[in-house]
Design a protein around this ligand. Structure first.
Ligand code: ADP
Ligand code: MG
Length: 258
């Protein structure tokens, strides 16, 4: 076992706090297809968890069940003490959880700043001035304040993804979920997005990140989950996983991506 990263090891919250996400025996079917087969895991506040695994193993489905984009149909999920049951606590949970997708999903007819202020003004009832000030601050944080009044199509992929991160942060989530956030980007843009995510991790954000970026995993993640056929088959540290994968599927997978 490798030692925890020094900056996080120093955090008492990480080692002692109760989990902020608890999944127990989560099941998900799409018709007759059994996509999640009893997934159990928990994440403590401030933890950064990387999820990897073969295509179709259930990574996206699992993180989508955490903010109820896909309802699960067995087992239980609790987010910040709120049980996810049908439609009941949906809004409360979605307020706690921000999500960033591979394909950015920005609104093309809105400027960068409007993309960011839309939810805070509509859902949180923030004033326009308040939401814009906060939006500009977030754009500064992701390094693209000067793009505030452009439209998404005028930005590079890396810039669009940084807008998507700022947009999610504008709702002040306690947890951020990332589903292959750099997979659609040209290589030279991957780093600028990973750097924003590293900075977010450094501030103590709880993060679950589906990514095959090994450098990011080893530098930033506290834990790594390897999915195979709808279940977690390894839950370990990134260093341990890359150096000593235990499961045969993990060894095969690594031999293909490395
Ligand atoms: P991953 O993100 O690991 O590549 P997914 O979670 O997207 O995998 O998908 C897991 C499995 O569930 C795949 O076989 C996929 O085809 C299936 N699946 C995902 N979403 C749907 C859906 N909306 N309808 C039917 N099948 C789906
Ligand atoms: Mg996926």
């Amino acid at each position: 076992m490798t030692a925890p990263r020094p900056d996080r090891a120093a955090s008492p919250a990480l080692s002692h706090a109760a989990p902020i996400i608890v999944a127990e025996g989560v099941q998900k079917h799409f018709g007759t297809f059994h996509a999640l087969r009893g997934v159990s895991m928990s994440v403590r506040p401030g933890e950064v968890v990387v999820v990897i695994g073969p295509s179709g193993s259930g990574k996206s489905t699992f993180i989508r069940t955490i903010n109820a984009l896909d309802p699960h149909d067995g087992g239980s999920i609790t987010v910040d003490g709120i049980p996810l049951q049908g439609a009941k606590n949906l809004d409360a949970i979605r307020r706690e959880v921000g999500m960033v997708f591979q394909s950015f999903n920005l609104f093309p007819h809105l400027t960068v700043l409007e993309n960011i202020t839309l939810a805070p003004t509509r859902v949180r009832k923030a004033s326009r001035a308040e939401a814009e000030a906060r939006g500009l601050e977030l754009l500064r944080r992701v390094g693209i304040e000067e793009q505030a009044h452009k439209y998404p199509a005028q930005l590079s992929g890396g810039q669009q993804q940084r807008v998507a991160i700022a947009r999610a942060l504008a709702m002040d989530p306690k947890i951020m979920l990332f589903d292959e956030p750099t997979s659609a980007l040209d290589p030279e843009m991957i780093k600028e997005v990973l750097d924003v995510m590293k900075e977010l991790a450094r501030t103590g954000m709880t993060m679950i990140v589906v990514t095959h970026e090994m450098g990011f995993a080893r530098e930033v993640a506290d834990r790594l989950l390897f999915f195979d056929q709808g279940n977690i088959v390894e839950d370990t540290t990134p260093d341990e996983f890359y150096e000593h994968p235990k499961h045969e599927r993990a060894k095969q997978f690594l031999s293909k991506i490395l």
